[in-house]
Design a protein around this ligand. Structure first.
Ligand code: ARG
Length: 462
């Protein structure tokens, strides 16, 4: 019989060493070492519970916990040697524990498996990271609010199809993004709430014969309660997918914002200035100032979507319960967290340094007959049906176009010809500010409504 691989935990069973290629592909330590704090916290909770339940001796448990804390300090101080041959974070820590406290380390893995261990660690990590993302979203919202507060009377064109539609307040536009990021904040909260059950104590898949206390470890780790089915517990990665989905939506909102900023900053449109620290130059054209920051936010969104898609596909073919395929879950989640964090920080900087070109915004809002709907509404209020009024207003726009004039530049005599109900109060209809302040409906662009919404978000995100 060949010598077994003594070093390996399952050395007792195997007749051959693990091949180099399998070792390389099977090892996840370079990626999952990011879970070290969660792994140690999980082990401490587990070990404390084992002693409390008299499954292991109290002295041994104290020794184990002391060893685990020493390992945490070693890792934090870059003194820990992560080893590929020890496969993943769980085994790297366990191996080191043997080195530090000797054979008593062998008692720690009583009544647990790496299957419940890894998903407990990962849930704790996703929870912590969702909170970090929420913090960044909150900062971004505050930056939007600051810019909106400075622009509660800045008028710009609102668009549909990127064609001038109706005049709106710049503050209103900015608050539209606030709504998106508020939903993102809530999505991460939902992710946190949905993962609130502790899988630890599910063992490999069947639960365990020891008299463990899963409510105790749940409380110790900050979960609401233990999971209810041991098979589902080790097979479930929904929380990771939810995190990736919440991140994808948030990234999509950031990407739309980035696209908007790029267009508005273009020489063609020129509605905003971006501060120089968020721009880069060209290696050849000396005059250039390019919005690379916004382009990178947009560009990085692709891989955030990719990571969601990738885990959905990894999971879709897996019967219950654990398969090694699931080890592939972490790289994408970590990458999404890193990328989304960068995008949120970039967006925050960008918004902070944006200066609206108020004159250009106003001029743009005057172009494209943006008060034509207001004119139709005027006729409706004189008793006409909206469909009839729509036709009359289109007629007026055609006249203005022929005369190469804006609606507010037409003389009263021309406007009056459109319908006999028209009185000399009509000309104010074409004033942009008047148009905006007529939009008194809840959530509309009228100044009062915008101020009301500003007050509301400021209260929500202090
Ligand atoms: N590193 C593994 C993972 O991330 C831990 C679980 C290993 N379980 C097993 N049965 N091989 O999925």
């Amino acid at each position: 019989m060949k010598k077994t691989k003594k070093n390996s935990i399952w050395g007792g069973r195997m007749q051959q060493d693990v091949s180099n290629i399998l070792q390389a592909v099977n090892s996840s330590i370079d990626i999952d070492k990011r879970l070290f704090q969660e792994d140690i916290a999980g082990s401490i909770a587990h070990c404390t519970m084992l002693a409390k339940q008299k499954i292991i001796d109290k002295k041994k448990s104290q020794k184990i916990i002391k060893g685990l804390k020493k390992i945490e300090t070693e890792i934090l101080n870059n003194k820990f040697k992560f080893q590929i041959k020890n496969e993943d974070i769980h085994l790297n820590i366990e191996k080191r524990l043997f080195e530090i406290i000797g054979l008593d380390a062998g008692y720690l893995h009583t009544a647990r498996s790496r299957n419940d261990q890894v998903t407990t660690d990962f849930k704790l990590w996703v929870k912590k990271s969702s909170k970090e993302i929420q913090y960044l979203i909150k900062n971004l919202i505050k930056e939007f609010v600051r810019l909106a507060e400075k622009n509660t009377s800045t008028i710009m064109p609102g668009f549909t199809h990127l064609k001038n539609a109706q005049p709106v307040l710049f503050a209103h536009y900015l608050l539209a993004y606030v709504e998106m990021f508020k939903r993102d904040y809530q999505k991460f909260q939902n992710t946190i709430n949905n993962l609130n059950q502790n899988p630890l104590g599910s063992g490999a898949l069947a639960g365990t014969s020891y008299n463990i206390d899963r409510h105790f470890t749940s409380k110790a780790l900050g979960f609401k309660e233990p999971t209810s089915n041991s098979i589902d517990s080790v097979a479930d990665r929904d929380y990771a997918i939810e995190f990736l989905f919440a991140s994808s939506l948030c990234a999509m909102h950031l990407s739309r914002l980035a696209e908007e900023i790029i267009i508005w900053n273009s020489d063609l449109v020129n509605l905003i200035n971006i501060e120089d620290s968020m721009l880069t130059g060209s290696s050849m054209m000396p005059q250039k100032k390019n919005p690379d920051s916004a382009e990178l936010i947009r560009g990085k969104t692709g891989k955030i979507y990719g990571n969601l898609n990738s885990l959905l596909i990894t999971m879709k073919g897996l019967p219950l319960s654990y398969f090694k395929d699931m080890q592939e879950d972490k790289a994408g989640v970590f990458d999404t967290f890193d990328t989304l964090s960068i995008n949120l920080k970039l967006a925050c900087q960008l918004i902070k340094g944006i200066k609206p070109n108020k004159d250009n915004m106003y001029k743009a809002a005057q172009a494209g007959y943006t008060t034509a709907t207001d004119f139709a509404d005027y006729l409706v209020k004189k008793g006409m049906s909206f469909r009839e009024a729509y036709k009359k207003s289109a007629q007026l726009v055609n006249i203005a176009e022929k005369q190469k004039k804006r609606l507010d530049e037409l003389d009263f005599k021309t406007v009056e010809q459109i319908d006999k109900s028209i009185k000399n109060d009509v000309m104010k209809i074409f004033d942009l500010k008047y148009s905006i302040n007529q939009k008194k409906s809840y959530g509309g662009t009228g100044t009062k409504s915008v101020l009301q919404m500003l007050k509301k978000v400021k209260k929500e995100f202090k």
